[in-house]
Design a protein around this ligand. Structure first.
Ligand code: ANZ
Ligand code: ZN
Length: 862
């Protein structure tokens, strides 16, 4: 990539300058902070990266946004905490170990070292003393302790649960390792297996997690809605259907008890205890259950699969009519871990139920009539469409005539009266399964003893350190194959026992790292309570929308659990949230349809694109999210190396608001580069008055630009408060254009130019910190710009409306001037007398008298 020059003479030496200021900030420890009760604190945090080895453009955008906020708030007088660390456990390290025979620890630590250097080259204002890596025992020992505290507080339990099992590799697979139902490496059909696993009781907090969303005013509405849907609160009823010829009944969960008179069947999940019992001596049913188990357990898989059932032959008795019985099916669309794992089906008013009833000839009865009367429910059902809308109960005996909500209430009242069930609230949210049968994670600190059962590792024996001498040649979990690690004495009875070989889900580490940053050097505790009380919550969290649900919800839960265990005083970790958009780039393909990197295409002789290597035709496709698979990626290292960090940072902020997607273009980065150089050249040009020189009388031109400068100062401050970074950039560029029109040879222009460049340096400070620091130094600023306060605009210059004032010389109109509304008479007179047309009309004679009619006219008599 060539760097456009286009300039003659002196040039901005980006490389040297950026390295110089990074060194200076580092030496002066500019960004190291500690608690200071005298100053307002501000904690800004970007989601920490997985150490994959190299930063990508998404990181550049994320960390630029965070750095602008951090530097801006610092300039505004806040005590700013801005830390960085590494989300260092996880599967890619293990995959690298298997593929390249390198130990996950070594791979991870080397990647961290490389990425740290890349981040440092961006000039980010981190307090690097606080860096943490979650794969180090100094970090994860604390979460082992938390787990034991949660266990004691009743927030942890063990339960059998279904996992993806690869029968060839003999190992558990993460969901993302199952591709089209097959193991990603073996290609074998994945089976479901029941394994005993650890769960955290996030569901205990479901209602609070839901209710508190309303307090998160500085979160995007979209994210709050996604969390609300994920928690999925449903109001309804649990109710018991008696079973003919059996002593036990079947409990169902329904949100529509008003439709009970339209019931045509009852259905249970394939893993419902009743199904298990019946399948024991019914091979056909056992076969059906096995088929259901092969189907993915994800909701999406269940939603899209064809509805299938197996008639058990058992009949359920209608709760409102003992003479009315319904068939009981085992059905593939009923989930075991939702509600009670059993439903009643009302085909007329539920689409899945209708599909099912149509398949098995179970019929339907309409029990809700739309109020408008415009929709023909029977006709819709004949077309295969259930009516799920509002209306009035019909064909429903004692419910007839009631609206849906009233009918629900009345049905529940009767159910409760008959003692067959009760009103209940159900959540879609499931408890968080944290066990992973993986090596590169935090060991779960428990020991299994044949006599004592599950025994927590005593606190004094923490951390349970992950052994590094493991092999990856055998399938399965290396911790399990380790010759000695898992064999320990039971802490309770001393007999030989077995260490838990599962590790935590890596969302565990990212659920509390923000609190660790408040006192990362504490070895004895997860964090210092006073430090956490001072810094928490995070004032501004910034990261990708892909974390809208899991990471953010787990962190909100974890913070509550920590609070309840006495670690912390807050329950919400992130007061403000900004989710940034993606970086997109055009895609390219060769003539044989292979993806090409942007660096592999060039302009061809006839104006089209060609493959740079072969000269064969190539084509450009849509701009899409940068991804390795489509090769439409640009490596930030190359950009920073070629243009410098400031140019990359500026481009990241310029074109789109931060929440929106951003198109990476060559012309965009070029434009940013040219602007960086332009600002530098304007500042380097000689002829500016000294800093602090008294303001000369300003002519109209200089005054106009000065007003633009002060307006820009005020507006950019507002923009940054609102994270309207692209608007801020546009305004600063506009101001630069205004400054460029000044003529440094005129004293008043030169003075305003100087003031304007100083303002430019300060305003770009958060965005292009190196250039800003260099300009500040060239302009003779005091100390470091990084330590300078945010500039203040002069209120008088912000008066929004200016007025056009006529200037007459001996009663004849000679000029018009722009003045701030209600400008001082002296200013009006001075400006009027400085106009060239006025000077020539006075032909060298002194003014005998000047009459100023404010906001209207200046009359000069000679
Ligand atoms: C009868 C009925 C009639 C229902 C009707 C809906 C419409 P949400 O809103 O998501 O909570 N259901 C209950 N448990 C289920 C399970 N384990 N697997 C699959 N489906 C289940 O949905 C609640 C509704 O989903 C419940 O209300 C139940 O069907 C079904 F016209 O009961 B309904
Ligand atoms: Zn024991």
């Amino acid at each position: 990539m060539s760097r456009p020059d286009g300039t003659t003479g002196e040039r901005y030496n980006v490389k040297e300058t950026e390295a110089k200021w990074q060194r200076v900030w580092d030496e002066r420890r500019c960004f190291e902070v500690s608690e200071d009760p005298a100053r307002p604190k501000y904690y800004v945090l970007e989601m920490f990266p997985y150490p994959s080895g190299r930063i990508h453009m998404g990181h550049v955008r994320n960390y630029t946004l965070g750095d602008v906020v951090a530097r801006y708030k610092r300039a505004r007088g806040f005590n700013v905490l801005h830390p960085m660390g590494w989300d260092a456990f996880g599967l890619p390290a293990e995959n690298a170990a298997i593929a390249n025979n390198v130990h996950p620890a070594k791979w991870t630590r080397e990647n961290i070292a490389a990425m740290r250097e890349q981040l440092k080259s961006m000039g980010l204002s981190y307090d690097w003393r606080r860096e943490v890596a979650t794969c180090e025992p100094e970090y994860y020992r604390h979460e082992q302790r938390m787990f034991l505290d949660f266990l004691e507080a009743g927030l942890v339990y063990r339960k059998e649960s279904w996992v993806n099992w690869d029968p060839v590799e003999n190992t558990v697979l993460a969901n993302e390792q199952v591709i089209d139902g097959r193991g990603w490496r073996s290609g074998a059909l994945v089976e479901k297996r029941l394994l005993s696993q650890w769960f955290l009781k996030i569901t205990d907090y479901a209602q609070d997690l839901l209710d508190s969303l309303a307090t998160l005013e500085r979160w995007p509405e979209r994210v709050r809605l996604m969390q609300e849907n994920w928690i999925g609160r449903s109001e309804g009823a649990r109710l018991l259907f008696e079973l003919e010829g059996r002593p036990d009944g079947l409990e169902v969960f329904t949100t529509r008890p008003d439709t009970l008179f339209g019931a045509k069947f009852v259905a249970i999940a394939a893993n419902h205890p009743l199904a298990t019992e019946l399948a024991a001596d019914n091979p056909a049913l056992a076969g059906f259950v096995a088929e259901c188990n092969r189907m993915g357990t994800s909701e999406a898989a269940i939603e899209t699969a064809e509805k299938k059932g197996f008639d058990t032959g058992i009949r359920a008795v209608h709760p409102f009519d003992p003479s009315w019985t319904l068939p009981v099916y085992v059905a593939n669309f009923v989930l075991m871990d939702y509600g009670s794992g059993a439903i009643f089906g009302c085909p007329a008013h539920d689409q899945r139920d209708l599909d099912f009833a149509n398949k098995y000839g179970l019929g339907w009865t309409q029990v809700v009539e739309p109020v408008s009367g415009k929709e023909d429910v029977a006709a819709a059902i004949a077309r295969g469409e259930a009516y799920a809308g509002d209306g009035v109960a019909v064909n429903s005996r004692f419910l007839d005539g009631l609206g849906v909500e009233e009918a629900k209430a009345e049905a529940i009242r009767r159910i409760e009266e008959m003692k067959r069930g009760s009103r209940t609230i159900n959540y879609r949210l499931r408890d968080w399964g944290v066990s992973r049968q993986r090596y590169w994670g935090c060991p779960i600190p428990v020991i299994h003893c044949e006599s004592c059962g599950v025994v927590p590792v005593p606190a004094a024996e923490l951390p349970v350190v992950l052994p590094e001498d493991v092999g990856f040649d055998k399938p399965g979990n290396p911790l399990d194959h380790h010759p000695t690690w898992k064999h320990v004495a039971c802490p309770r009875c001393g007999k030989p026992a077995r260490r838990e070989t599962d590790t935590f889900d890596t969302f565990f580490e990212s659920s509390w790292y923000f609190a660790r940053f408040t006192s990362p050097d504490r070895a004895d505790v997860a964090f210092d309570r006073a430090a956490a009380d001072y810094w928490m919550p995070v004032d501004q969290y910034i990261g990708g929308i892909e974390h809208a649900v899991l990471h953010l919800l787990y962190s909100r839960f974890f913070t509550r659990a920590l609070k309840d265990c006495g670690y912390l005083g807050v329950k919400e970790p992130f007061a403000g949230l900004l989710t940034q958009g993606m970086i997109c780039h055009e895609t390219y393909k060769s003539e044989d349809g292979q993806w090409l990197y942007p660096t592999e295409v060039a302009a061809g002789p006839d104006g089209g694109l060609v493959h740079a290597g072969t000269g064969r035709p190539a084509s450009a496709g849509r701009s899409e999210k940068m991804s390795k698979s489509k090769k439409n990626v640009v490596d930030p290292a190359g950009i920073i190396d070629g243009y410098g960090a400031d140019t990359a940072r500026l481009f990241m902020l310029s074109d789109s608001p931060p929440e929106r997607d951003l198109d990476w273009t060559e012309s965009g980065i070029d434009g940013a580069w040219r602007y960086v150089n332009r600002l530098w050249r304007m500042t380097a040009a000689a002829g500016l008055p000294a800093r602090g020189a008294a303001m000369p009388d300003l002519g109209a031109e200089a005054f106009k630009v000065r007003r633009l400068v002060h307006r820009t100062i005020a507006q950019v401050g507002d923009d940054l408060e609102r994270f309207h970074f692209n608007k801020a950039v546009a305004r600063i560029r506009e101001m630069t254009n205004g400054l460029a029109e000044l003529d440094a040879a005129q004293a008043d222009h030169a003075w305003v130019l100087r003031e304007g460049l100083e303002a430019a340096a300060r305003l770009i400070g958060p965005m292009m910190p190196h250039l800003a620091e260099e300009m500040w130094a060239m302009l003779g600023g005091d100390g470091l710009l990084a330590d300078a306060a945010w500039p203040a605009a002069e209120p008088a210059l912000l008066v929004d409306d200016s007025v056009t004032v006529a200037v007459q010389v001996n009663g004849k109109l000679r000029a018009t001037i722009e003045l701030p509304k209600d400008a001082d008479s002296a200013v009006a007179e001075r400006t009027a007398l400085a106009q060239p047309q006025v000077i020539s009309a006075m032909s060298g004679k002194p003014a005998r008298k000047v009459v100023v009619v404010p906001n209207r006219i200046v009359n000069v008599v000679v």
